[in-house]
Design a protein around this ligand. Structure first.
Ligand code: GLN
Length: 264
C-alpha cells in the first residue's frame, strides 16, 4: 500500500525537511515502510509531490495570480530521482501533499496514476484499495458526468475516487463533506475497502483513516503534518483512530488539539 503525507503551516519549510531528511522520511518509507498492512513491501511504482507557491517575486501579475499548486510526479521510485532529491533541499512551501506508490495488482504503472492528483487548486491522494474495483463501483461511477469518466487521469480506483470527490465539490459541498460522502458511499458499494484519502487546498488538510495507518503531528509553530507513518520517533506523533476524518489547519481549529478528529 502506498504511503502519503501532507503538511500545512504558517511558515515555509523545505520539501526535503518532510520528504527526505527525517529519519523515517517519505523517501525511507518508499523502500523500507514499517506499517504496510494489506500487501506490498516497497513503494517503487512512482511518487509525486504537489506544493503551494507562497510568493512569486518578480513574476508577471498573470503568474502571481496563479493558484494551482506545482506538481512533480514520476513513475520511477523516489530513490532513483537524484535531481528531485536535490531540488527538494532548495524548494520551500507552507503546504504540500506527497505520496509514494505501490500499484495495486491490475492497475497501471504510469505517471498519471501517481498521487497527488491536482485540480481546481486542490491536491488529492489515496492510500489503499477499493475492493472489487471496477465492477463494485459501477453504480457510483454512473452518477458522474460522462466527460468526467472519459477524462479520468488513470484507470485506477484512486482516480475514480478523486472524480467522485470533485463531483461533490462541484455540487457545493465543502472538502470535508465531499470526502466523508465518498468514503461512506464507497464503503457501502465496496465493503472492506481501505480508504485513506488526503486532500490539501493550501490552507487545510482533510484526511481519512479507514483500515490503514495514519498519524499526525502538531509542530510548535502550529504547523501540522499528517503522514501514513510518523517521520521520526518524536512522541508528539498521534495515531489517527480507524474510521476517522481529520481536518488540520495551521494554528489549530479548537483547543486542544489543533486537529479535529471526528468519527465517520
Ligand atoms: N489502489 C491505488 C493505486 O493502485 C493505491 C495503491 C496503494 O495504496 N498501494 O494507485
Amino acid at each position: 500500500m502506498c504511503r502519503h503525507l501532507a503538511h500545512v503551516g504558517p511558515t515555509p519549510v523545505t520539501l526535503a525537511s518532510l520528504l527526505t531528511e527525517p529519519e523515517h522520511s517519505l523517501l525511507v518509507q518508499s523502500y523500507a515502510p514499517s506499517d504496510m498492512r494489506g500487501g506490498g513491501t516497497v513503494n517503487a511504482d512512482g511518487f509525486g509531490a504537489g506544493w503551494y507557491v507562497s510568493e512569486l517575486r518578480g513574476y508577471s501579475t498573470e503568474v502571481r495570480s496563479h493558484t494551482e499548486p506545482v506538481l512533480y510526479r514520476r513513475d520511477d521510485p523516489m530513490w532513483t530521482d537524484a535531481s528531485f532529491l536535490d531540488v527538494a533541499r532548495g524548494v520551500e512551501t507552507t503546504a504540500l501533499v506527497a505520496a509514494v506508490r505501490s500499484a495495486t495488482v491490475g492497475m497501471p504503472v504510469s505517471t498519471a496514476a501517481c498521487a497527488p492528483f491536482r485540480a481546481d487548486g486542490l491536491l488529492f491522494s489515496h492510500n489503499g484499495v477499493v475492493r472489487g474495483w471496477p465492477d463494485s463501483m459501477a453504480d457510483l461511477a454512473a452518477t458522474l458526468p460522462a466527460l468526467d469518466l472519459l477524462t479520468l487521469e488513470a484507470a485506477t480506483d484512486s482516480a475514480l475516487l478523486w472524480a467522485l470527490v470533485r463531483a461533490r465539490l462541484s455540487a457545493g459541498k465543502d472538502v470535508a463533506d465531499a470526502v466523508a460522502g465518498v468514503v461512506a458511499d464507497t464503503l457501502a458499494a465496496a465493503p472492506g475497502s481501505r480508504l485513506n484519502l488526503l486532500v490539501g487546498d493550501g490552507g487545510q488538510i482533510v484526511a481519512t483513516a479507514v483500515d490503514h495507518a495514519l498519524s499526525y503531528r502538531t509542530h510548535p509553530d502550529g504547523a501540522v503534518t499528517v503522514a501514513s507513518e510518523p517521520l521520526d520517533p518524536d512522541p508528539s506523533w498521534v495515531p489517527v483512530p480507524d474510521g476517522s476524518l481529520l481536518v488540520a489547519r495551521p494554528g489549530g481549529v479548537h483547543d486542544p488539539p489543533s486537529v479535529a478528529v471526528s468519527p465517520l
